[in-house]
Design a binder for this molecule. Structure first.
Ligand code: PLP
Length: 393
């Protein structure tokens, strides 16, 4: 048989449109340099509160090591539904409208796969969390980025969204408080988006993983807006507020038809979230409130310190109202965000993430995660101040 001349790629064409995460590449670099202060990774510096860890340990001691129902432990689904009703006034049926997922990451993937047909458009703010665009692409959708600007506090303008809507638009995928900008959308702005969702019969996929980390104003649950429960996939999780990133636990709440579709994908590709993580999450949602509030109070001190410090060294920083990220402008240096992060890492051993990782409109900014100790923030600011004395203009 003749050998074919053109090599047949073993990979799927769909993946070609998806570059490896810029953050991962950067962190391989970070690991290779000693004495680094990292404001890079977006995760709490706390270990999971002890009573929550204990619940996970207890689950192992009791021999709870088996599968759970596909949609998750009934008592956890009930606790999630109760929590959402008590906190945001939105009532989900735990039997049919709640799905326990392996983090918000999986919830987002399931949401996209459950609702997107090939070529349908998904409106996504720019900049936004790194997984939004790839999740839409992996589901065969077409991401449509909507520019947001530092001057407007990176709020998603409903006028710009309205102009981007076409007959092919299927969904809006966003998350507030936002990663990487810390933006919290005021309720009236979300109401304007809700009106578009209603008018054009779209689905809103609302990533509310940072809902508990709001320092100014208050969190608005998108599904709780009038008429939106029927049109929203609400994604929530335990990673950030409860310092449980490694447990890999989250949830999705949506109308029954959508949860059933998401569960169909989930049951063939994941079966269920790990039982120990579900037991720990149950303890978190029942009794974790005090710990969440304590951590949020501490993040708020750090937020004030970093915003003040960044502005003082010539890196103007819009006020982040939630999550745990500051997103200062680095335009004064004349460097691209990638050059800035690489030079800062090599010359001053401080790791931040270049804004362009989060979309074209993130260029000119860097993301600094302030879920690190105050002394580390102060030292990082000192080093960045030295850097700015060389590069600031
Ligand atoms: N959504 C946002 C906005 C995030 O920042 C992250 C993690 O950084 C995730 C989702 C993923 O969360 P999880 O750990 O629940 O998969």
């Amino acid at each position: 048989m003749e050998t074919p001349e053109v090599r047949k790629s073993p990979l799927s064409r769909r993946l070609e449109a998806i570059p490896p995460s810029g953050i991962r590449r950067f962190f391989d670099l970070v690991r290779s340099v000693e004495g680094i202060i990292s404001l890079g990774v977006g995760e709490p510096d706390y270990a999971t509160p002890w009573h929550i860890r204990e619940a996970g340990i207890y689950s192992l001691e009791k021999g709870y090591t088996m599968y759970t129902p596909n949609t998750g432990l009934p008592q956890l689904r009930e606790a999630i539904a109760r929590y959402l009703e008590e906190n945001y006034g939105v009532a989900y049926n735990p039997e049919t409208e709640v799905l326990v997922t392996v983090g918000v990451s999986q919830g987002m993937d399931l949401a996209m796969r459950a609702i997107i047909n090939p070529g349908e458009e998904v409106i996504i703010p720019d900049p936004a969390y790194v997984a939004y665009v790839p999740c839409a692409l992996l589901a065969g959708g077409k991401p449509v980025p909507i520019p947001t600007t530092g001057e407007e506090g990176f709020r998603l303008s409903h006028e710009r969204v309205a102009r981007a809507i076409t007959p092919a638009t299927k969904a809006l995928l966003f998350g507030y408080p936002a990663n990487p900008t810390g933006t919290v959308m005021p309720r009236r702005d979300l109401m304007a988006l809700a009106e578009l969702v209603r008018k054009h019969q779209l689905i809103a996929v609302s990533d509310e993983i940072y809902a508990r980390l709001v320092y100014e104003g208050e969190h608005t649950c998108f599904a709780a807006l009038p008429g939106m429960k029927e049109r929203t996939i609400l994604l929530g999780g335990f990673s950030k507020a409860y310092a449980m990133t490694g447990w890999r636990l989250g949830y999705a709440c949506a109308p029954q038809e959508i949860i059933e579709a998401m569960t169909r994908v989930h049951q063939y590709t994941m079966m269920c979230a790990p039982i120990m993580a579900q037991m720990a999450a149950l303890e978190a949602i029942r009794n974790g409130d005090a710990a969440v509030k304590e951590m949020a109070r501490e993040y708020n001190h750090r937020r004030r310190a970093i915003v003040k410090g960044l502005n003082a060294i010539g890196l103007p920083c819009p006020e982040p109202q939630g999550a745990f990220y500051a997103f200062p402008s680095i335009r004064a240096t004349g460097l691209s965000s990638e050059e800035f992060t690489e030079k800062l890492l090599m010359e001053e051993k401080v790791a931040v993430v270049h804004g362009s990782t989060f979309g074209a409109c993130g260029e000119g900014y860097v993301r600094c995660c302030y879920a690190v100790s105050l002394p580390a923030i102060e030292e990082a600011l000192k080093r960045m101040g030295r850097f700015m004395a060389r590069y600031g203009r």
